[in-house]
Each structure stands twice: as C-alpha cells, then as structure tokens.
Ligand binder design. Structure first.
Ligand SMILES: [Zn+2]
Length: 217
C-alpha cells in the first residue's frame, strides 16, 4: 500500500463514517417532517423569474403577520402548474415593467390550481430559515413586517375560491406561522391596512382560515 492509497483509504473510511453520522439528524428531521410536511413551494429559479432590477433589502427580523391578497386577475379555469408558472412571470413583469418595482411585490403566489410559488427573490430561503425576511412591496406600511401572499383570481364579486387554492393557502399559512412563530390570529387581509377591495371574499373567510391554521399547528 503506497502512501497515497493509505491516504485514499483513510479518506474513504472517514467518508463512510461521516455519512453514517450525518444520516442520523437527517432521519430525525424526516420523521418530524412526516408529522408536519412543508408544502411544496416552487422557487423563482423553477418558474423562470427575472433577476431583481435592484438589490433587495433583507430585514434581519422575523415578520409578525401574514397578509392575504387576491390578484384581481380573471378567474381562469386552467389549474395547471404551467399556468401557475406563467402567472408568476406575468405578475413579475407587471410589477417590474409597469409599476417600476425591483421585483415581484409579494413574497409568495398561490394559483387557482393550488400551486405555491416564490414571488420576491430570496423569500423562500428566508422562510425556510425562519429568521429573516426580504422587504416586500405588497401593502403600504407593512412591507418590513408582513409576509404577503397573492392568491390568483378575483374574489370581490362573490366568486368561490377553488378548494385546491384554499387548501394550499391553509398549508402555506401553517408552514409560515410555524417557521416565523407567527400566531394564527396574525393573519390579515390587505383591506385591513390599505383602502382596497383586496382580497375580496377571502377577507370574510379569514376567521375560517385562522381556525384551520390553528387546528393544524
Ligand atoms: Zn392586495
């Protein structure tokens, strides 16, 4: 055995031991995740976001609330993942090219088919960390302390929210409340803070949303 093969063997054995040790916390995390599975949230990279036009501001504190929005876009019947991705790109283009913002204003988006996507770049890693947030542009006066989620559709004229979209909104709020230690009572609608009809009928369902989240936390 040459010196170099001894070294390789040591490295190999060390690697195996390292893997075995590393697998223990991984299994523990998996067991916890089975009790409380995080929802699938598609990242900006997955839906093909543009990079932000300007550097975004990181807030080194946990947000204290969730604010629910609707996009006021037409109530499409396309419930596919492809449509969720296209909608995320449409919103980003509107916010950057028409509104002149640095990036999507909201932190997350929920499609009518129940697909969750990251909105503002970096929001997903921030949420997973549970320790910081990216400053948003979704609700005047709340952008440094509230996570904003846009639910695709128009719900101010009595239209029903598709069940899949409702279920993913509940799952998103459970995960976000858990990661950021936000109480379910701290879930609001946009109209609680600004003069707007947003989020339409979803606002009347906030007590139901808070109760559903509390039951699952
Ligand atoms: Zn809104």
């Amino acid at each position: 055995m040459t010196e170099s093969t001894r070294l390789s063997r040591r490295l190999f054995l060390g690697g195996v031991a390292g893997l075995a040790a590393a697998s223990l916390p991984f299994e523990a995390a998996t067991a916890r995740a089975a009790d409380h599975r995080p929802p699938r949230i598609y990242s900006c990279r997955e839906w093909g976001a543009r990079p932000p036009a300007d550097p975004l501001t990181r807030i080194d504190a946990r947000p204290n609330k969730i604010i629910v929005h609707h996009t006021a876009y037409p109530n499409v019947q396309d419930f596919s993942l492809d449509y969720a991705f296209q909608n995320s790109r449409d919103i980003q283009n509107l916010h950057m090219d028409v509104n002149g913002w640095s990036d999507s204003g909201q932190h997350f988006t929920n499609s009518r088919g129940g697909f969750l996507t990251e909105g503002r770049t970096g929001s997903l890693n921030a949420l997973r960390s549970g320790r910081y947030m990216i400053q948003g542009a979704h609700c005047v006066g709340q952008n440094t302390q509230a996570i904003g989620i846009e639910n695709d559709g128009s719900y101010h004229l009595g239209e029903p929210v598709p069940q899949a979209q409702w279920d993913s909104l509940v799952a998103f709020c459970v995960y976000t409340c858990e990661r950021y230690r936000i109480a379910p009572t701290e879930i609001y609608g946009h109209m609680d803070f600004n003069a707007t009809q947003c989020p339409g009928g979803l606002h009347e369902r906030l007590p139901e949303l808070r109760a559903a989240v509390r039951a699952l936390l």
